[in-house]
Design a protein around this ligand. Structure first.
Ligand code: ZN
Length: 258
């Protein structure tokens, strides 16, 4: 699949707001001068699910869930693409939040495209990375800094308990102190704690281990905001309301609406 506009997601917002320009795959002259979305307008999300390495079976579920949340919340529109050639400073100017969901490997971005992505976030927009977004673009350190850490390994694919370190962040509201789910729990090449604000960590006892294993975090990148969540391996995670709650809050926060 090259490029996939989620019509239903666009339609939901179109009915409410009377326009749907953010779902257009190409950017016209008028769109290039659009300011960041202000409160009251839908957040414009571009979601990339391209893979150059491992491809998760949960990608279709991820796309469907994001489209459904777009409609049910009315807070954001989402366009999903795997056509990396469309990424440019001009096309990104039509979006508020860039999501790398279940991406993997050394995706082919030119140096101009890499600059467009880093400047998009540093200039005041948002980045959201999900699960194997940290198993992506090892050869591009600026991307690694945007995510916060690179994947190391996944020692535990089982039921585990996640501790909510920060229960007041928009991306964790309503989760309570902890929750248990079946996941593929990641570890990272370097512990990002100290460079980022950790939201979730694995309760190591729940998987028979010990140590500090952050699973979700946020950070400022220039004038922009970056969020990462290591959960999302299974389709069941994407359809889990506790995960969906985090996705909505993360998009809201990354777009500087919360
Ligand atoms: Zn996985």
């Amino acid at each position: 699949m090259k490029k996939h506009v989620i019509g239903a997601a666009c339609l939901g917002w179109a009915l409410a707001a009377g326009a749907c320009s953010s779902a257009e795959p190409t950017v016209g002259p008028s769109a290039t001068s659009q300011p960041p979305a202000s409160r009251g307008t839908a957040i414009r999300v571009l979601m990339i699910t391209a893979t150059a390495g491992f491809r998760h079976d949960s990608i279709p579920a991820a796309r469907q869930v994001m489209a459904s949340l777009s409609v049910s919340t009315g807070e954001f529109t989402v366009m999903v693409t795997e056509d990396l050639s469309t990424i440019s400073t001009s096309s990104l100017s039509s979006y508020d939040v860039l999501v790398f969901a279940l991406t993997s490997g050394e995706l082919e971005f030119s140096s101009a495209q890499r600059a467009a992505i880093t400047e998009f976030v540093a200039g005041g927009r948002g980045f959201v990375g999900i699960h194997s977004a940290s198993d992506t673009l090892y050869g591009w350190p600026d991307y690694g800094r945007l995510v916060g850490a690179y994947f190391k390994e996944h020692p535990w694919t089982q039921q585990g308990t996640v501790i909510v370190e920060n229960q007041a962040h928009p991306a964790t509201l309503g989760l309570g102190e902890r929750f248990t789910l079946l996941e593929e729990f990641y570890t990272f090449q370097e512990n990002p704690r100290g460079r980022v604000q950790v939201l979730l960590r694995l309760d190591p006892v729940s998987v028979g281990s010990a140590g500090d294993y952050p699973l979700a975090w946020v950070q400022s990148v220039g004038a922009g905001r970056a969020y990462y969540n290591a959960l999302g391996h299974f389709s069941e995670t994407w359809t889990d309301q506790r995960f969906q709650r985090q996705l909505i809050g993360a998009i809201r926060w990354a777009a500087n609406r919360a």
